[in-house]
Write a protein that binds this ligand. Sequence first.
Ligand SMILES: NC(=O)c1ccc[n+]([C@@H]2O[C@H](COP(=O)([O-])OP(=O)(O)OC[C@H]3O[C@@H](n4cnc5c(N)ncnc54)[C@H](OP(=O)(O)O)[C@@H]3O)[C@@H](O)[C@H]2O)c1
Length: 300
Amino acid sequence: MNPGRSGQTIAVVGAGGQLGQDLVRLLGEDCRPLTRADLDLDRPDSIRAGLEAVRPALVINTAAYNFVDRAEDEPEQALRTNAVGPLYLARFCRELNAPLVHISTDYVFGRDRHRQQPYRETDRPGPVNCYGISKLTGEYFVQESWPEGTYVVRTCGLYGLHGRGGKGGNFVETILRLAAERPELRVVDDQRCTPTFTQDLAQAILDLIRLRPEPGIYHVTNSGDCTWYEFAAAILRESGLDARCVPISSAEYSTRAERPRYSVLDNTKWRSLGLPELRHWREALKDYLAQRSRFRRSAS
Ligand SMILES: NC(=O)c1ccc[n+]([C@@H]2O[C@H](COP(=O)([O-])OP(=O)(O)OC[C@H]3O[C@@H](n4cnc5c(N)ncnc54)[C@H](OP(=O)(O)O)[C@@H]3O)[C@@H](O)[C@H]2O)c1
């Protein structure tokens, strides 16, 4: 069995999200998109029924509870969707002998507040908020439930053209919206990571499932790194917008959940598979903005 080759059914859980939609487009006819209505991670009976209806050769789980601040006030919900649901999903995948690609996050790191070196897969995780704890628990659950069949893909700062991206729910869209409303934006300059375009990540996941390396954790992001201020400044420059962008500290922008100061992921393990390095975040951003304006022109 070699899922990822034509004719093998691949189920995408969370098919309506940013990454989910790009995967569905890329996989084409081999894909069975599963939205929350088809498979609800909060309900084990729905997970079994959703998978039994499709009997996939491989499952990609892109669904998650992604509300980082809200998770501080409803940790039970974050754990249910990001940890307990994936545990059942991995168990049913094992029953079906279907490999599972489970998407996780750079937010499993952050506890080392002096870190300035990209994190490798072998580094000890340590989240600083409930969302990160829920995603890390999910990683442990899926790996423990289906050790021979689980790939954990950790990524960072996702933005995509579809899914909630289209509804203005990613960082790029937020900056563009605020720049139209205000003369000046204040953006944190002491949180460093690697924003990643979901189209690039979707292609990388396809490359991974075609290659089928050893199961385990893989760090996959666009290359390079920046602070959110640097990213926002690049968005404004590339879009030709003249709103002023002012760097501020996390202390000046208080949020319910703490964020990692540094969560750049080292992609060396990925490259050692012989798989292509993902392009620099600046190139990916330019492509996103170009596609976005083509998309808007054709829609108007
Ligand atoms: N976004 C980021 O910056 C980021 C960074 C690092 C890692 N990640 C990880 O990357 C993955 C994809 O992120 P994304 O940005 O593409 O997510 P997204 O756009 O927020 O989409 C998440 C999807 O999950 C679905 N979902 C939520 N709860 C569900 C449940 N109980 N059962 C079934 N489906 C459910 C949502 O459906 P509804 O619309 O019905 O709620 C939505 O379609 C996630 O694992 C996320 O943790 C994201």
